[in-house]
Design a protein around this ligand. Structure first.
Ligand code: COA
Ligand code: AMP
Length: 652
């Protein structure tokens, strides 16, 4: 494999932290790096590309004429699995832990070295190849937090296949929609996932999803877990471990840097999820670069990202970025609280010598709720932990302050999306930290120019709120398009503000460049760090035979940030009890979307407030429900309805 020429663009060590770690003297390093990127973006990324092994090194860095907004590294070839696994073994890291699986759900802690990982990935890749999977073919994974989830992803990458991981908390219909869109040749699944107090049998959900999907996979490899072994369907299903053990190992297959590595479906504004595409080259370059620049984690060091492989945070910072770096990743099967207690994260950090930890603010709120004094932390030696990173939802300042006070270490809120794959903004341990301002997601990452735009797409003066947008082109690692849907990509992200990528987040960039993300501009809500579409919940509610119309809004929740609330208008003549109908609606959303929707509250109303053109006034409803002051919208059709809304929404 070749190296791209160039120097690495960033320093490897974090400097400038004060005793509390919140402020640093390194703002100038950030400013200099950001300015260097502005001056010569292609030179910046060419430098970063030197940290990756290429089968054919990039000669051209960016092609503005390809794809909806251009493509990175258009003439290069590489293999992501080689970069994440094989090259580290070749460099003498074979005996180092690649994955530390820590599972309070099963009581097991296991280490997979880079050499062991290489062996398992190569055999599973061989098994996939023997089952007809080749470069460009899709493989869907429906997996809990076990090492095989990462092994499955890397095995696909090894042979150039495109993986699509579906979060285990989604129900059969959501899984079916993803199978139908990705059209996988093979599905990799575990027999079950483990949630506190219950075993989630995945196989019946998977069988139902395959029955619902017009596309059927040729094969399903099932990882049998002792907690619930699954019945295998003759001719289609096989035992994963037996297939892996019997297969001849497969070598890494170089692919074009622009070839897709994975598809990750995320909530759009309709019920049909968006297939976010990640390519091989830009992804490897950006993620490897981010490990040093943002997280300050290098080869041989340990990162603990408490998320799930089904989300982008899991893809990027449980699996790919740590492994591309030759670091050790902790793969944690458990919850922040209750497995067994609110000290679990601290135990993991101490036991495995974690240097950087990453989770969602909601997890910290759960820990704070159960252990407000941090008594469970005292038992653990966290001397090797250097920073806590938070993302996935807005972090409320009291939570950030509580974390900082408890840990006495930098608490870094950083902002990103499934679409971008790595942080749009943050604070930069590899550049020296600048002073944190809680409530803000930091400053733009080198690679991103961020502005708040007005409705006409004009950048607003610093300090004024608008729609946050990123000037095109997006940096490497961001989605080049949606899976087989260039037009939907353009409509969803590029059409509103020509020359900019619309994040659909509302917020402000202040005088000093700090970015604060306040809310979404669309009907996406964020429940316990999980991104959900209220539109898709409305589609489910509207399918109930007694419902004439409905609205789902996200209302404030002290633990989960937001939770969905359904407001429904019954068809005339329906005289059933409200409680009974609402129970059915809650069950319906759980059955169609999954438990992750956390849809537990529906209320019957006589009608919904609308504009004269018939648009439901969701933002006003949300303000009423959250107890905020609101103005009566001038476009409202009939303001008398707002009294009833106050009564129904503020009743609790
Ligand atoms: N498979 C199956 N079911 C799942 C699941 C999975 N992978 N993940 C969650 N669920 C279920 C839960 O069991 C729960 O089911 P229930 O209604 O039967 O209780 C439901 O989905 C809602 O889960 P959740 O929203 O996670 O709430 P919770 O009350 O179980 O836990 C927290 C609350 C805060 C502890 C939890 O949400 C958490 O750890 N959040 C962090 C989220 C995170 O890491 N996000 C990634 C972005 S960085
Ligand atoms: P997801 O695609 O699931 O990662 O969700 C992305 C969305 O989560 C963003 O568009 C934001 O609305 C929200 N989000 C993520 N990180 C942050 C953050 N640090 N601050 C505020 N909102 C965030």
């Amino acid at each position: 494999m070749q190296k791209a020429t160039g120097q690495t663009a960033i320093g490897q060590t974090a400097t400038g932290q004060t005793a509390t770690g919140q402020a640093g003297a390194g703002a100038s390093a950030y400013d200099a790096t950001y300015a260097a990127w502005r001056r010569d973006p292609e030179g910046f990324w060419a430098s970063a590309a030197a940290a990756i092994d290429w089968a054919e090194a990039p000669r051209r860095i960016f092609d503005p004429g390809a794809g909806p907004y251009g493509r990175w590294f258009p003439d290069a070839r590489l293999n992501t699995c080689h970069n994440a696994v094989d090259r580290h073994v070749a460099a003498g890291r074979g005996g180092q832990a690649a994955i530390l699986w820590d599972s309070p759900m099963t009581g097991r802690v296991e280490t997979l070295t880079y050499a062991a990982l290489q062996g398992r990935v190569a055999r599973l890749a061989g098994a996939l190849r023997e089952r007809g999977v080749g470069a460009g073919d899709r493989v869907v994974l429906y997996m809990p937090m076990v090492p095989e989830a990462a092994i499955g992803m890397l095995a696909c990458a090894r042979i150039g296949a495109v993986h699509s991981v579906v979060f285990g908390g989604f129900a059969a219909a959501e899984l079916a929609a993803r199978i139908a869109d990705a059209r996988p040749k093979v599905i990799l699944a575990a027999s079950c996932g483990l949630e506190p107090g219950r075993v989630v049998a995945y196989k019946p959900l998977l069988d139902a999803a395959i029955a619902l999907s017009p596309h059927k996979p040729d094969r399903v490899l099932v990882l049998q877990r002792a907690q619930a072994e699954a019945a295998l369907l003759a001719g289609r299903d096989e035992d994963w471990l037996a297939a892996e053990a019997a297969a001849a190992p497969a070598d890494c297959v170089p692919v074009a840097a622009t070839d897709p590595l994975y598809i990750l479906y995320t909530s759009g504004t309709t019920g049909k999820p968006k297939g976010v595409v990640r390519d091989n080259g830009g992804h490897a370059v950006a993620l490897r670069h981010s490990m040093a620049m943002l997280y300050g984690v290098g080869p041989g060091e340990v990162m603990f990202t408490a998320s799930d492989v089904g989300w982008v945070v899991g893809h990027s910072y449980i699996v790919y970025a740590p492994l591309l770096t030759g670091a050790t990743t902790v793969l944690f099967e458990g919850k922040p609280v209750g497995t067994p207690d609110a000290g679990t994260f601290w135990r993991v950090c101490a036991q495995h010598g974690v240097k950087a930890m990453f989770t969602a603010p909601t997890a910290m709120r759960a820990i704070k709720r159960d252990d407000p004094e941090g008594r469970l932390l005292a038992a653990h030696d966290l001397s090797r932990l250097e920073a806590l990173f938070l993302a996935g939802e807005r972090c409320d300042p009291p939570t950030a302050e509580w974390c900082a006070g408890l840990l006495g270490k930098p608490v870094i809120d950083h902002w990103w999306q499934t679409e971008t794959g790595w942080p749009i903004s943050g604070n930069f341990r590899g550049l020296g930290l600048f002073p944190a301002r809680f409530g803000s997601g930091g400053k733009a990452s080198p690679g991103y120019e961020v502005a708040a735009l007005d409705e006409a797409g004009q950048p607003l003066p610093r300090g004024q709120g608008g729609t946050l947008a990123i000037r095109l082109p997006l940096p490497p690692g961001c989605l080049p398009t949606l899976w087989q849907a260039d037009d939907r990509f353009r409509e969803s992200y590029l059409a509103a503000f020509p020359g900019w990528y619309n994040t659909s987040d509302a917020g402000v960039v202040d005088e000093d460049g700090y970015i604060s993300v306040m809310s979404r501009t669309d009907d996406i809500i964020n429940v316990a760090g999980h991104r959900l579409s209220t539109g898709s919940m409305e589609e489910v509610l509207a399918g109930h035979p007694d419902i004439a119309e409905c609205a789902v809004i996200g209302i404030r929740d002290s633990l989960k940030g937001q939770v969905p609330l359904g407001l429904v208008v019954l068809k005339s003549g329906v005289a059933r009890a409200e409680a009974e109908i609402c129970r059915e609606l809650v069950a319906l959303v759980r059955e169609r979307i999954g438990p992750v929707a956390a849809f537990r509250d529906a209320r019957v109303v006589s009608r919904l407030p609308k504009t004269r053109s018939g648009k439901i006034l969701r933002a006003t409803l949300r303000r009423i429900a959250d107890g905020e002051a609101y103005t009566v919208p001038p476009t409202i059709d009939d303001a008398t309805i707002l009294g009833e809304m106050e009564e129904r929404l503020r009743a609790g």
